[in-house]
Design a protein around this ligand. Structure first.
Ligand code: UDP
Ligand code: MG
Length: 333
């Protein structure tokens, strides 16, 4: 097989009206370069996924798609979050291309890393992780918490690529297998290593956002971090069991000790020790219940089997409607 791979670059966008006009031409230039350098097929495309933006993002995407046939867009029926937007884009692309690269739309990730990503794919890798070589542009707080978090995840037995976010090349072969992972609690960077296949990493340095503001405040970051742990590892439950056994043993010794002291007649009003024990056990129990509750909650969400994304509009369908033509969209040639 000597045909070139068809690449789809998948870019989630949520309220990005400031940054899109700046970065869209950069993505087009990159695509043109990849085609020009003979790495990918001329039928390659850029797919913007509008994640229920409240500003003019979708209009801008439609406009871009009107002006350049290499740009496509889909719109989610409402805001569902970055991870779901990525899945929507990847599933839209899976049967229409050979490789996808997911990247944020704010220009923080170095587009030039795509060259090496595609080269690695041509060299036989099915997944190529974009890895930040430094965290200089992050605040001290984000840098330290992120690094601590990756260590904890690793310690809990989840396989994640250190300092990799969602800048990633994935072949459609891998995506077809990934489609069988039906969970709704998504933590993509931890799920792809589970799919397997030959993979490698490409290093780049991350820049500041070109415009607009981050949509990942501390609250969302913590939620994603928690999703990461609970969707990849059940070790916390095992830890709780271990803790329970440990505390039970200590309590047993404590009970023996108090009974013996009582028999020997040396008891005094032990208010302090009683209070300590009650507080300690109460705290541990509540904490344990909370952690177990998290998993029960996740199980509940999974059993509902709600769709992970709902696409309400596609730019090529809009075009087709307007032209009244029989154009079926960006199907594979
Ligand atoms: N994003 C999204 N849905 C959301 C939040 C963010 O599709 O609910 C997109 C956003 O447009 C961007 C990417 O996810 O392309 C990463 O978001 P952001 O740059 O705000 O995060 P940060 O880089 O600060 O972690
Ligand atoms: Mg960003």
């Amino acid at each position: 097989m000597n045909t070139k791979p068809v690449l789809w670059i998948i870019i989630p966008c949520y309220n990005e009206q400031e940054v899109l006009p700046v970065t869209a031409p950069m993505f087009l230039d990159k695509l043109q370069f990849l085609v020009g350098s003979g790495r990918v097929d001329a039928g390659s495309r850029i797919l913007f996924v509008n994640d229920g933006s409240r500003d003019r993002t979708w209009e801008i995407i439609c406009d871009l798609a009107d002006k350049d046939s290499r740009i496509l867009g889909i719109s989610q029926s409402r805001n569902r979050g970055h991870q779901n937007a990525l899945v929507a884009g990847m599933m839209e692309a899976v049967d229409r291309c050979d490789i996808t690269i997911t990247i944020d739309c704010d220009g923080q990730d170095d587009l030039n890393a795509m060259d090496e990503m595609v080269d690695q794919y041509l060299g036989g890798c099915e997944i190529v992780y974009g890895v930040r070589s430094d965290r200089d542009t992050d605040t001290w707080f984000k840098r330290t918490t992120a690094q601590g978090y990756y260590k904890i995840l690793g310690g809990l037995g989840a396989e994640v690529v250190y300092n990799h976010a969602d800048y990633r090349l994935v072949s459609s072969r891998v995506l077809r297998e990934f489609a069988n992972f039906k969970e709704v609690n998504l933590y993509l960077r931890g799920m792809f290593p589970l799919v397997g296949f030959k993979s490698t990493s490409v290093y780049y340095s991350r820049k500041e956002r070109l415009a607009g503001d981050s949509h990942y405040p501390l609250r969302k970051m913590l939620a994603l971090a928690f999703d990461g742990i609970t969707s990849l590892s059940i070790k916390p439950i095992h830890l709780i069991t271990g803790l329970g056994i440990g505390v039970a043993l200590i309590s047993f010794v404590g009970v023996l000790w108090s009974v013996i002291t009582h028999i020997l007649g040396g008891t005094v009003a032990g208010w302090a020790s009683m209070t300590c024990i009650i507080c300690f056990l109460g705290g541990i129990q509540l904490l344990s219940l909370g952690v177990i509750g998290e998993y029960v909650g996740k199980t509940y969400m999974e059993t509902k089997q709600r769709p992970r994304y709902i696409i309400s509009e596609r730019t090529w369908e809009k075009k087709k409607e307007r032209a009244g033509s029989g154009d079926d969209g960006p199907a594979r040639e």
